[in-house]
Design a protein around this ligand. Structure first.
Ligand code: FAD
Length: 488
């Protein structure tokens, strides 16, 4: 007779604290095997890159330190999910699997459907638990606002280890830790470090030191790196729960002198689930326009434009600095993310799908629901909001007036006076000589004229709004995705 066990499958929920699924597994009727699966198909997916898997590895290592108290650790398997479960089933009888719902890209959505069938066929009960404020199975947002508050105000789930027995099997090398390259990372990176311990440090420093600057710095590309919470990767990978952050905000509010900042921050916490909920209810937006009226919008692919955008060589310093910053550091503040996407979809008039996967690979905090819902909004593909086309030069003058961020990430412009670092095309040939700089050689010419591209994009995008399909779709989107009562 094989031993009967339950499995806890860590997905994007790398924490023991306030993790309902984990706590239910602890209190179920059989010993628990803790697992994470490195899936070759996901590793190969274009949304993901080494920085994500390193963050995952760091998060698991961190959890394993916490788990030593309970004499167990997470077994890391390499393989496709069903193959891994089949292998475990050769040694144990699995009766239940516990995990947190994943609101993921198409490939993980399909994997979960297949896994669900596998469980049914093999008499395994798969218990999935709600992921933060995102509610599965909703058809509209009538009750969503109430449900969000209800969830955030419920008591934190403290893990109770009293009765639990963990399964500490030695699996053979061919099925565990079999991932040779990505799994052995260079630890000398300068990006945010994965794991709850690190997430808690960022949270403490935000509430204790940085919150006071939040609203003043949020739009400034250099200062936002300090003044924003920087909690996004820890939220996206589940090292911190939004509920614990929300409840911390409520506690802080009682004594804080930064109430305005706290309110601004808390509204972002609500947007987190609000955007993911859109994706949960309409996952097709990974591939195509939210509003079907835009499905036939012609956006011919221009590989030269795309290359310039991805390499930060568009000739617009703030766009180039932003792209290079996110490539090097994995982080960019909201306004600069919007501006880079606006540059791609409006000024270069490229379909969002030409940049969405590439940017996902750069964002350490890649969260499919926020990412795709934001790409749609920035593209103007909902037809429910005013189309916002960002002017990178105006944004540089307003938010990086000393060109500190530009000079940090675009070294070619470092020795120029601030005005020319922001608008190098304004230099006369005499000035170019003076600064030993040659536009077109030292730094590229602008690849498009944004005053022209802006007009063109507005004409095409607003033109589509007159189509009957766009109008019907707009009504459908408003009905399905708009809150009955707005958040305060
Ligand atoms: C095109 C585009 C793609 C984006 N992709 C992602 C993504 O993959 N993952 C991601 O976490 N955020 C994404 N964002 C939203 C936002 O830019 C980041 O959440 C934010 O910059 C992260 O920094 P922070 O944690 O310091 O944010 P803070 O301002 O401190 O906000 C706290 C938290 O609130 C949430 N939040 C903040 N802004 C937004 C927003 N506009 N929409 C939804 N939730 C928000 C995040 O969870 C964030 O960690 C994207 C924005 C755009 C325009």
């Amino acid at each position: 007779m094989m031993e009967v066990i339950n499995v806890y499958w860590f997905k994007r929920d790398f924490r023991l604290y306030d993790n309902k699924a984990f706590n239910e597994a602890l209190n179920a009727d059989a010993p628990v095997l803790l697992i994470y699966i490195i899936e070759p198909s996901l590793i190969a997916d274009a949304h993901y890159s080494e920085r994500h898997w390193r963050f995952v590895k760091e998060s698991i290592d961190d959890l394993n330190v916490e788990l030593t108290t309970y004499n167990t650790s997470i077994q890391v398997f390499y393989g496709e999910v069903i193959d891994v479960f089949q292998k475990i089933s050769k040694i144990y009888t699995i009766t239940k699997v516990f995990s947190t719902q994943e609101i993921g890209i198409d490939i993980t959505y399909k994997r979960d459907i297949e896994f669900s069938s596998y469980c049914l066929e093999n008499s395994i009960i798969w218990h999935e638990f709600q992921n933060g404020g995102v509610v599965r199975g909703l058809r509209n947002r009538d009750s969503w606002r109430r449900l969000w508050y209800q969830y955030m105000e419920e008591a934190i789930v403290e893990p109770v280890f009293t009765h639990i027995e963990f399964v500490n099997a030695e699996f053979t090398e061919d099925i565990v830790m079999g991932f040779p390259t990505y799994w052995k990372f260079d630890n000398s990176h300068t990006m945010q470090v994965g794991g709850r311990t690190s997430g808690l440090l960022w949270m403490e420093s935000f509430f204790n030191e940085r919150l006071a600057f939040y609203s003043d710095y949020i739009s400034k590309p250099e200062m936002a790196r300090y003044g924003c919470s920087r909690l996004s990767p820890y939220i996206a990978w589940g090292c911190l729960s939004v509920r614990e952050i929300y409840q911390r905000c409520i506690a802080e509010k009682k004594s804080s002198t930064s109430k305005k900042q706290l309110n601004a921050f808390m509204s972002r916490l609500r947007w987190q689930a609000h955007f993911i909920q859109k994706f949960e209810m309409e996952p097709r937006i990974e591939f195509e326009a939210f509003n079907k009226g835009y499905l036939d919008l012609a956006q011919p692919m221009n590989s030269e434009f795309l290359e310039a955008w991805k390499t930060g060589t568009t000739g617009y310093p703030l766009v180039d600095a932003s792209i290079r910053a996110v490539t090097q550091t994995g982080y960019l503040n909201f306004r600069m993310r919007s501006m880079c996407v606006s540059f791609l979809v409006h000024h270069l008039f490229q379909h969002f799908s030409t940049g969405s996967k590439w940017l996902a690979r750069q964002f350490l905090d890649f969260e499919p629901g926020i990412h795709y819902a934001q790409f749609q909004m920035q593209s103007g593909f909902t037809a429910t909001n005013t189309i916002r086309i960002y002017n990178p030069t105006k944004n540089a003058l307003d938010y990086d007036p000393e060109a500190i961020f530009i000079k940090k990430f675009v070294p070619e412009l470092r020795d120029l006076p601030v005005d020319f670092a922001i608008q190098p095309w304004k230099m006369t040939s005499m000035e170019e000589m003076l600064y030993n700089f040659e536009l077109g050689k030292s730094y590229p010419h602008r690849i498009v004229d944004i005053s022209e591209t802006r007009k063109e994009a507005l004409k095409k995008l607003y033109g589509k709004r007159k189509d009957p399909l766009t109008k019907t779709e707009k009504e459908r989107i408003l009905k399905m995705h708009t809150l009955k009562k707005r958040f305060p």
